[in-house]
Design a protein around this ligand. Structure first.
Ligand code: ATP
Ligand code: MG
Length: 396
């Protein structure tokens, strides 16, 4: 019996990236190997157009599922690697088709190796007639075949396959640089982090904690969220910024309705300073237009005025139901809805400003020395590395 022996990984958008392509492929290959490191039996063949994962008799399903989380992969096919001998190609194709038990099929040939002596149409004809002759009841249906039997003749071998699934798309993690991501433990910010990673951007996370108003439970929750996100990024740095003193100073110096605006301006100042320190050219967050008072366009304008660093808001135009759908898909939802207090939820005023004025905000800020409070907070950041290998790393 013949069995599929490789998984063929097809690149997505990076095919269009010209001279950067080599870097992209190298990064993607590293990410693929990292994602599959639980299976040392697998082998890897990295080429200019595809990466091939040799199964060496391992079951393919879990490997494909793991690969579907790796960004930068357009599609995955389960393939049989045959020699380029036309006899081998047609006999392997027949054996694979017999296992399909299909009523209709169509052969599709791609000749990547342009020096191959038989042209695509001729290969199609040879394979299709051989399969038809040896499989009673099977018919060709060019418009709506039950099975599409694909054959790709490349430099090193001929690949035969019938099953292709979509990958995660996007870019390989790391090729897009790094963001300082604001992680709050709600539903939105982990989803926003995932979308950044999917675009090839790796993340460091910043969280503002206000003990004793917020509890350690929040930190455990963040760790659990990041463990889920470890599926996309193996090692995530979480910076926990002590925010209590700043928050108390705000409440002592500004009317309740302005507290959220001031608080968020302080958060962005801190995120900006840390982004610079950690060499992240951008900040990202889970904000979504209009979701709460601090996310009206006018609020965003006043809050964003404290920094020139680009702030990327992947969820800016998504509505909550779409966001929830993604969080369920990636597995962060159940963790996000655990009932722990965030600094924002505790201090939420009854009537926050939806149309804050920048001059008023600045007047309140002048009433206290927030700059030294920010310095102090930055000097007391606690860092955690979240990684499936965390224990190993602690020992190093
Ligand atoms: P989430 O957006 O994660 O569901 P949320 O909706 O309660 O939580 P908001 O309070 O509206 O979020 O804040 C909007 C964004 O600001 C968050 O998505 C997150 O990026 C950032 N943010 C809010 N609170 C914190 C915090 N304590 N630490 C870090 N970032 C925060
Ligand atoms: Mg939100």
């Amino acid at each position: 019996m013949i069995t599929y022996d490789h998984i063929m990984i097809r690149f997505g958008e990076l095919s269009t990236k010209g001279k950067n392509k080599k870097d992209f492929i190298r990064t993607l290959a590293d990410n693929v190997k990292n994602a599959l490191k639980d299976w040392p039996e697998l082998s890897f063949d990295v080429r200019y157009d595809h990466i091939y994962v040799g199964l060496n008799n391992l079951p393919y399903q879990p490997v494909i599922e793991r690969l579907q989380d790796v960004s930068g992969i357009h599609a995955l096919s389960l393939v049989y690697r045959a020699s380029k001998d036309i006899e081998d190609i047609k006999n392997s194709a027949l054996a694979l088709m017999k296992e399909e038990n299909a009523k209709t099929f169509k052969v599709k040939v791609k000749r990547g190796d342009k020096t191959y002596p038989i042209i695509s149409d001729e290969i199609t004809r040879i394979v299709a007639s051989h399969v038809l002759r040896n499989t009673p009841d099977l018919k060709v249906d060019v418009h709506n075949p039950e099975v599409l039997l694909s054959i790709e003749v490349r430099q090193e071998a001929a690949y035969i396959f019938t099953k292709t699934v979509l990958g995660a798309g996007g870019y390989p993690l790391g090729v897009g640089g790094k963001t300082m991501h604001m992680l709050s433990g709600g539903i939105d910010s982990p989803v926003a982090a995932y979308l950044m990673m999917k675009r090839g951007v790796s993340i460091e996370c910043i969280h503002f904690a206000s003990p004793p108003y917020t509890q350690m439970g929040v930190i455990y929750k963040l760790e659990d969220l990041l463990k889920v996100l470890n599926r996309y990024q193996n090692r995530i740095r979480l910076h926990i910024v002590p925010f209590t003193k700043i928050q108390e100073a705000i409440y002592d110096n500004a009317p309740e309705s302005y507290c959220i605006t001031l608080m968020r301006r302080m958060m962005f100042r801190l995120a900006d300073a840390l982004a610079k320190r950690r060499r992240c050219p951008v900040i990202s967050s889970g904000e979504s237009i209009g979701q709460v008072a601090s996310q009206t366009l006018q609020s965003m304008h006043v809050i964003n005025a404290v920094t020139n660093t680009p702030v990327i808001r992947p969820l800016a135009t998504s509505d909550k139901l779409e966001i929830i759908k993604i969080s369920k898909k990636i597995g962060t939802y159940d963790i996000s809805i655990r009932p722990y207090e965030d600094c924002c939820t505790i201090f939420t005023p009854k009537a926050p400003k939806t149309m804050p004025h920048q001059d008023e905000v600045e007047a309140f800020e002048k009433k206290f020395d927030y700059e030294s409070l920010i310095k102090e907070a930055l000097n007391n950041i606690e860092v955690k590395i979240i990684s499936p290998n965390a224990q190993e790393e602690d020992l190093l």
